[in-house]
Design a protein around this ligand. Structure first.
Ligand code: FAD
Length: 554
């Protein structure tokens, strides 16, 4: 049996880690106030696997024998638990459905190749048998991009790249590393940092997502202001298609027609299997600092981020939360440490006396990396811009809290589901000139939908990545669906108005979560009908038999 480790079949992360509120004194009151859930009442338990009825594998003898010949007997599994783990990503629809045992189509087998030759043999066998192949990285996507089509009649094979997790080579003079696509964030960073290098790509899902998945979904990490999105970081690739391999050498730039590299990035498994990539790597920085600031309101925070993006400072992180998310952040701080020293009643009293409206205060984090002189100069530039927009510096202590919490917050969605509530995210990017409008329209649309459903709902937002011409806005929403209507129907209703607001107000359907099946209804509005035609043509030419992850993207 394979030794690849997987996330929980029913939720985020690994067994034994969960979100707890008992050490966060303000959290229960916050949740009661905002979404009406009483945390003094015990939550429900996630289902046990025995309660789930898993459809039997339909793997035929011939294909099964070919797959075993390709990767070895122990690396082909028809185990029920493994097949369920490979059925869904970790989106809200996925979590609700898997918890309910809603499994219309489950992969018939999970296959774990050790190298590119084995990937080629598997791809060729699957296509020759007219079966379906779905590449699987960490299974962390939240766009519904790896779930088999519900009525798929053909055999479905999930190709798990988990054994291909090595840094193969570092070209030190070019700052490039060749890395296998199945490496999880921690695998990759550990192998790089022991040699003094870092890729710097840190999505919130870092612990449970892979290089191949990042490339296939156009991922972006929290330090993208410095390191770039995965589309910037990825320079070369090898991609297995039926009967052939696309080889893209790592080039700093090239003028060889429409970019094949860009076609593969974001292709969600529909243009083949990425087996390895050349990525930009950087020397591990001498110093790293995250400093927290406060703004009197959201408009001031947005204006400051826009000005920082065109200034001489080049921070690694530019992040500002709206007033709602600031309240949430304060409610999730622990009793004994954290922001309490500074963002406590004392500070708020001072701000009140200065005329700040405490309902509108916005928390911001700016990250710096590099030599001492560089960081000092950047902090000075940023400090002046923040001051100009009425903000104040809180300091390093609250900033380090951001680093501590960043990988734990994802567990909160399961905590809410255990209590019958939905908590999810939607993110977009828009030009600076449209950002305010995207924000206002989206918040208004979500609140109107909460009112229509008759539920106490909460929506909050932060700006998470800045660019020359605009930024990413990341919304989180939560509500307990009413008992009269179907749970996922109410989720869809809220998610739909949020996504439509993005498009209507000038944003994109997603900045870094990809299209999948969940965002596909907005693709044509985003890239135009003619743009969609181009994409359909590309997918048909590469995969005429629709054997590679059909149904996602378009
Ligand atoms: P999977 O979920 O396994 O697969 C995603 C898609 O990629 C599928 O279509 C699959 O077929 C395809 N694929 C996977 N590997 C390959 C390959 N080798 N070749 C070809 N196709 C392949 N995303 C961000 O960008 N930034 C974030 O900060 C972030 N935070 C998140 C936080 C949480 C709590 C969750 C649940 C998700 C978050 N995500 C984030 C989304 C998710 O982690 C990304 O979409 C990630 O890139 C998916 O990688 P994965 O390895 O898990 O891919």
């Amino acid at each position: 049996m394979t030794d690849v480790e997987h996330q929980k079949w029913w939720g985020w992360g690994v067994e034994g880690i969960a979100f707890h509120h008992e050490d966060k004194p303000a959290f229960a009151g916050f949740v009661l106030d905002k979404v009406g859930i009483d945390l003094t009442q015990p939550g429900g338990e996630p289902p046990t696997f025995d309660e789930i009825d898993v459809p039997a594998s339909r793997l035929g003898d011939d294909l099964g024998a070919q797959l075993r010949a390709a990767v070895g007997d122990h690396q082909v599994s028809t185990d029920d638990m493994l097949r369920v783990v490979h059925t869904y990503g970790k989106g809200m629809r996925d979590l609700v459905r898997v918890r309910a045992g809603d499994l219309p189509r489950v992969p018939d087998a999970v296959v774990y190749p050790a190298n590119e030759d084995e990937v080629r043999a598997v791809v060729d066998a699957v296509v020759a048998a007219d079966a379906v192949l779905i590449p699987f990285g960490g299974g962390s996507n939240i766009s519904g991009s790896l779930t088999p089509q519900p009525h798929e009649e053909r055999t479905v094979i999930s190709l798990d790249l988990g054994r291909m997790n090595r840094v193969l080579e570092i070209d030190e003079s070019s700052g490039l590393a060749r890395i296998q696509a199945g490496g999880l964030g921690p695998d990759i960073e550990e192998q790089l940092t022991t040699r003094g290098w870092t890729m710097g790509h840190q999505p919130d899902s870092f612990k449970h997502s892979t290089l191949g998945g990042w490339i296939a979904t156009r991922s972006s990490g929290m330090q993208s202001d410095k390191y770039g999105d995965i589309a910037d970081i990825t320079r070369g690739m090898r991609v297995v298609l039926p009967g052939k391999v696309v080889e893209l050498r790592p080039l700093p730039s090239t003028s060889t027609g429409p970019s094949v590299r860009e076609m593969i990035i974001g292709s969600e498994g529909r243009l083949g299997v990425v087996t390895e990539a050349w990525v930009n790597v950087h020397r591990v920085p001498e110093n790293r600092d995250v400093i927290a600031y406060l703004f009197p309101n959201w408009a001031a925070g947005l204006a400051a981020m826009a000005e920082i993006s065109t200034s001489d400072a080049a921070p690694t992180i530019t992040r500002v939360s709206d007033a709602n998310e600031t309240t949430f952040s304060l409610a999730t701080r622990k009793a004994s440490k954290g922001i309490s020293g500074k963002v406590g009643e004392g500070l708020f009293e001072v701000l009140r006396r200065r005329g700040w409206d405490l309902e509108k205060v916005c928390l911001s984090y700016i990250g710096y990396e590099g030599g001492t002189a560089k960081i000092r100069a950047e902090k000075s530039v940023v400090g002046k811009i923040i001051g100009k927009h009425g903000g104040i510096r809180l300091g390093r202590g609250p900033g380090s809290l951001y680093d501590q919490k960043k990988f734990d917050t994802p567990y909160i969605r399961d905590f809410l589901l255990d209590r019958g509530a939905i908590g999810d995210v939607s993110e977009t990017a828009a030009p600076w000139s449209k950002l305010g409008q995207v924000y206002t329209t989206t918040v208004r649309a979500a609140r109107a939908k909460f009112a229509e459903l008759g539920v106490p709902g909460f929506i909050m937002c932060h700006l998470s990545h800045s660019y020359h011409s605009g930024a990413c806005l990341y919304f989180t929403f939560a509500f307990p669906p009413n008992a009269d209507d179907d749970f996922l129907g109410q989720y869809d209703a809220v998610k739909t108005v949020i996504q439509q607001s993005f498009i209507d107000a000038g944003g994109t359907l997603s900045h870094h979560h990809g299209v999948g099946t969940d965002h596909a209804p907005w693709l044509e509005q985003d890239i135009s009908e003619a743009g969609t035609d181009l994409m359909v043509g590309l997918l048909r030419a590469a995969d005429p038999g629709r054997n590679l992850n059909p149904g996602t993207l378009i």
